[in-house]
Ligand binder design. Structure first.
Ligand code: RB5
Length: 143
């Protein structure tokens, strides 16, 4: 199963994004790095927008977004109708965001979550399917 993932962050998520890119490379999972490319201050809505374009064009199946807390970039990402972005804290919320919410973007707070938790959460996110059923009815109500 070959997944393609796009990652993007602001400066607050840059360090964690770089580590997660290395992790995906190590695991042989194809990814696109949409920036940012340093710790210089940038605006998180621009990076939510980049991920939204990549998903819209179906270049990737899933997105990873990171800002300092994960909050701003979640708010920005969820303004796009084709995005269901889940701010997760651990492997349980990562798994449930796929099973119950069919999340297509996983979000981390780069200043709040350590690398080991983030990489384990990303791994479980990428290998968990949506449960459908009663959850599909609820997703339908979102649109
Ligand atoms: C940037 O300093 C910080 O505000 C941003 O990364 C994010 O945490 C906003 O929600």
């Amino acid at each position: 199963m070959l997944k393609t993932v796009a990652l993007a962050s602001d400066h607050g998520g840059y360090a964690l994004k770089e580590s997660l890119c290395e992790h995906l490379l190590f695991k042989n999972i194809r990814y696109i790095d949409l920036g940012t490319n340093s710790e210089e201050a940038v605006d998180y809505p621009d990076f939510a927008h980049s991920i939204s374009k990549s998903l819209k064009k179906r270049e990737v199946e899933f997105g990873v977004l990171i800002c300092g807390t994960g909050i701003g970039i979640s708010i920005a990402a969820n303004r796009y109708k084709h995005i269901r972005a889940a701010l997760v804290h651990d492997t349980s919320t990562a798994k449930l965001s796929r099973q119950h919410n069919d999340a297509n973007v996983i979000v981390f707070g780069g200043r709040l979550v350590n690398f080991n938790i983030a990489k384990d959460s990303l791994d479980i996110f990428l290998r968990t399917d949506f449960d459908g059923g009663r959850h599909q009815k609820r997703l339908d109500k979102l649109s």
